[in-house]
Write a protein that binds this ligand. Structure first.
Ligand SMILES: [Zn+2]
Length: 250
């Protein structure tokens, strides 16, 4: 369990973190017109007042769209998924990552994310996946490459699969098929488009993956680049679902 940050109610942000929150607040204000974010702005302002000691308690907005409350939600999600995984017996896990096109412009983001979502939905319905799958967690993320100044929308898909999945699903062959499918539906070849990891059947390895897709430090709001925060709000304005579960994970 991480000691800091997961409980902003009790945790006073450092001066550096507070400065970052103010910057994030400025970015969010750009989206004020497009979405109803007044409660979120209040929530963040309260957090700042709490940090300076001007108020002694914080009322959180608990909105899905609030970057601070989202940190709490992510932690709850992590706990919930962990609980679901602990309930299972003899299940294996596969983590698939699908990379979309890198884009240089926020205005192209929605279309790209929408297309990635549609393709992954079609992939999930494929017979080869349906034959082994017991449930999935789907997470839409947008990362930003500071050097190339491009956004990379991608999808993490954690599949819970039958223990004997290897009888029906030959790794090398299936990855080749996935790459072909992705290329066909994206209508172009994307470098490193797909990554597939069969998670080792140890508590430690499963825990690592679970943290990677939920509470990983580098994905915490304070660590995000301005462009990643903008991308997040673009998605919210567009009512894109960033987190979906099915089957055993529900
Ligand atoms: Zn909030």
């Amino acid at each position: 369990m991480e000691k800091r940050g997961n409980y902003p109610k009790r945790y006073r942000y450092t001066e550096k973190e507070t400065d970052r929150i103010i910057e994030i607040l400025e970015i969010i204000e750009e989206y004020r017109k497009a979405s109803e974010i007044n409660e979120t702005l209040d929530c963040i302002n309260n957090e700042l007042l709490f940090g300076t000691g001007e108020i002694n308690y914080v009322t959180r907005c608990k909105r899905q769209t609030c970057p601070l409350c989202r940190e709490n939600r992510k932690y709850k999600t992590y706990l919930k998924l962990k609980e679901k995984i602990n309930e299972q017996n003899g299940i294996r896990y596969i983590l698939m990552t699908f990379n979309g096109r890198e884009i240089n412009d926020l205005s192209k983001l929605s279309k790209e994310v929408g297309e990635n979502n549609d393709i992954v939905a079609k992939i999930i319905r494929k017979r080869s996946i349906q034959a082994i799958m017991l449930g999935y967690v789907k997470i839409v993320e947008i990362s930003y490459n500071k050097y190339s100044k491009r956004l990379l929308p991608h999808i993490h898909l954690l599949l819970g699969v039958r223990e004997d999945f290897k009888k029906y699903w030959i790794r090398k062959k299936e990855i080749e098929k996935l790459e072909k499918t992705w290329k066909k539906w994206k209508k172009e070849a994307i470098t490193n488009a797909i990554d597939v990891k069969i998670i080792k059947d140890t508590d430690e390895d499963i825990e690592k993956v679970l943290r990677y897709i939920t509470v990983a430090r580098k994905k915490r709001i304070m660590k995000l680049d301005d462009m990643e925060i903008r991308a997040f709000f673009e998605m919210i304005n567009d009512r894109k679902r960033l987190f979906t579960t099915s089957g055993i994970f529900k």
